[in-house]
Design a protein around this ligand. Sequence first.
Ligand SMILES: [Zn+2]
Length: 81
Amino acid sequence: MKIKIDSIGRVVIPVQIRKYLELRSGDCLDVFFSEEGIVMKKREKTCMICHTEKDLVRIGRHALCGKCLKKLAARQKKRSG
Ligand SMILES: [Zn+2]
C-alpha cells in the first residue's frame, strides 16, 4: 500500500487500516523509528482528564481513571447536595 506525504508532512492512514484497528478521529498513536522504518502503534486508552493509562473505567468510547472518577463524583455531590 502506497501513501503520500503532503506539503506539511501529513499522511492519511488508509480507511481499511483505520477500520481494522478501530482508529477514530482524535485517537492517539505512538510513532517511532525502527530498523524497518516508521512504526505507528495505536495508543491504549488513557484517562480523558489526566491521561494516565492505569486504573481505567470505560465510559462509552471514553475512559476515566479511578482518581478522576472520584473527583467528578465528589463535585457532583457538592452540586446536588
Ligand atoms: Zn484521570
